[in-house]
Write a protein that binds this ligand. Structure first.
Ligand code: GLN
Length: 504
């Protein structure tokens, strides 16, 4: 059998179920991998060594006693640090929450534990999930296991780097504008953002509440289906979670698609400024679908059209609309960190409550978070609300209408995940607008509430992961996963492995 940390989640689960590998052995293997690689990669904010081993022992006992095991029995997983756990800290990689202990588990965490998974630790991220490179963490920059001088993407960069670096078998991330899919693309793993409402947000620290969604980051498509099946479903504690039955995503992957798959290519997503290797990867994916008998259709998303702004940068209405809505919602959501309700309070001398708030917030938040609170507060203020926030909501509706029209003609849309490959650390840190452009292909799915997946399709000339993205209509994760599997099976990459990881 191959080395434990090389097995996919599904393979490892089966090896644990048959007794070939124990949950304790699996957990130890991953803890060893974390010990040797995490100092270099900085994927984890916290590791629960003792607790994870205790859990593993319990699961092994359960197995030996012949008790029924859950769907994720013995799988060592990592959780993004904006998802609440009743054990350890939940910091959102922010100084303002660096001592915050959640009194409860997020619904997704409850579900993972019920399914007998083992939580290895909490992963690094851009502070409050604001960013595309994990450089905005208050606790250090996560590095890309494929090239440690480059970013892993963000904001779920810690989760993606942990999965790619074999420091967990799979992980959860959150995606407000691409934060699962873009880091998955940069790290050569699979990242799935479910339909808005498919997975409960209860216990996910809110950034942009109408956009946020939790989803899996895994080494292959089957593992994504397995994890989604466990975390999806209605939750009375999240009023935006939808009461729709959860299909058996994994079993459906083995069914052949019983109709001719219609793959839409977005006319407006073509531009000279997109990295040539990204375009080549997309063309390769189109060819695969074509050869697999899919119908390739050109579709139009006029309000997501890619343009060039006056400074020569790629832009789109979708980017402008997203950065108004996300920052507006963030400015309201982040008002709760005042030094009284949660987390850190300033130790400076203050004269009144206002000073307590402002000193606490000035110390606790990083620059990007402050920038977004200011932007959002401005967009929501009397006098500007109609011109900015309300206008952005109208543009959002137009973008959604475009997607609705596109899905009348096709089952999935195929497009790049990001306009470029993993970029060098520091390249975009002093130009926030440049950083925002990383999201040009991903934010549409959040604005429209539809599911999307990023799938690795190979390596670039400089040995960096290449990826493409598939999008589907609301609640059609099944077709999305099936289409992703067509790509994965044809390309036969399964699990890409960075050189950094030693062989057994
Ligand atoms: N990069 C985007 C942002 O900075 C998306 C982040 C996310 O999806 N959490 O807002």
């Amino acid at each position: 059998m191959s080395k434990i940390i090389e097995l996919s989640a599904l393979e490892l689960r089966d090896a644990i179920a048959t007794g070939e590998v124990s949950a304790t052995e699996a957990t130890r293997s991953y803890l060893d991998a974390i010990e040797s690689l995490n100092p270099k990669i900085c994927a984890y904010n916290q590791v629960f060594t003792e607790e994870a081993l205790q859990r593993a022992e319990q699961i092994d006992k359960k197995r030996s006693a012949g008790e029924q095991l859950g769907l994720l029995a013995g799988l060592p997983l990592a959780i993004k640090d904006n998802i609440c756990t009743s054990f350890g800290l939940t910091t959102c990689s922010s100084r303002i929450l660096d001592n915050f202990r959640s009194p409860y588990d997020a619904t997704v965490v409850e579900k993972l534990i019920e399914a007998d998974a083992i939580i290895l630790g909490k992963t690094n991220m851009d502070e409050f999930a604001m960013g595309s490179s994990t450089e905005n963490s208050a606790f250090g920059i996560t590095r890309n296991p494929w090239d440690t001088s480059r970013v892993p993407g963000g904001s779920s960069g810690g989760s993606a780097a942990a999965v790619a670096g074999r420091m967990c078998v799979a992980a959860l991330g959150s995606d407000t504008g691409g934060s699962i899919r873009q880091p998955a693309a940069f790290c050569g793993v699979v990242g799935l953002k479910p339909t808005y409402g498919r997975v409960s947000r209860y216990g996910l620290v809110a950034y942009g509440s109408s956009l946020d969604q939790i989803g899996p980051i895994t080494r292959d498509v089957k593992d994504a289906a397995l994890l989604l099946e466990v975390i999806a479903g209605h939750d009375a504690r999240d009023s935006t979670s939808v009461d729709e039955p959860v299909p058996n995503y994994l079993a459906a992957l083995d069914d052949s698609i019983n109709k001719r798959l219609r793959v839409g290519i977005v006319k407006e997503f073509q531009h000279d400024s997109i990295d040539q290797e990204v375009i080549d990867a997309l063309e390769k994916a189109i060819e695969i679908f074509d050869k697999a008998g899919a119908e390739i259709i050109e579709v139009s998303l006029p309000h997501s059209r890619i343009d060039i702004d006056s400074a020569g940068r790629i832009t789109s209405y979708a980017i402008a609309c997203y950065y108004l809505i996300a920052t507006s919602e963030a400015s309201s959501n982040l008002a709760r960190y005042d030094g009284v309700h949660y987390g850190r309070r300033t130790s400076q001398k203050v004269n009144d409550i206002i000073e307590l708030y402002s000193k606490t917030r000035a110390e606790g938040f990083g620059d990007e978070v402050k920038r977004r609170i200011m932007l959002g507060t401005y967009a929501l203020s009397a006098g500007y609300y109609d011109a900015y926030y309300l206008k952005a909501l109208k543009v959002r509706r137009l973008i959604k209408n475009d997607f609705d029209a596109a899905f009348e003609k096709c089952d999935v849309l195929l497009c790049p995940t990001a306009p470029e490959l993993a970029f060098p650390i520091g390249q975009k840190t002093d130009d926030p607008l440049k950083m925002y452009l990383s999201d040009v292909f991903t934010i549409g799915a959040n604005l429209a509430g539809i599911p999307g997946i990023s799938i690795p399709v190979g390596l670039s000339k400089s040995n960096l992961p290449l990826a493409v993205q598939l999008l589907a209509n609301v609640f059609d994760e099944q077709t999305l996963l099936q289409a992703a599997r067509v790509l994965e099976q044809t390309i036969g990459l399964g699990q890409l492995k960075p050189e950094l990881i030693e062989d057994a």
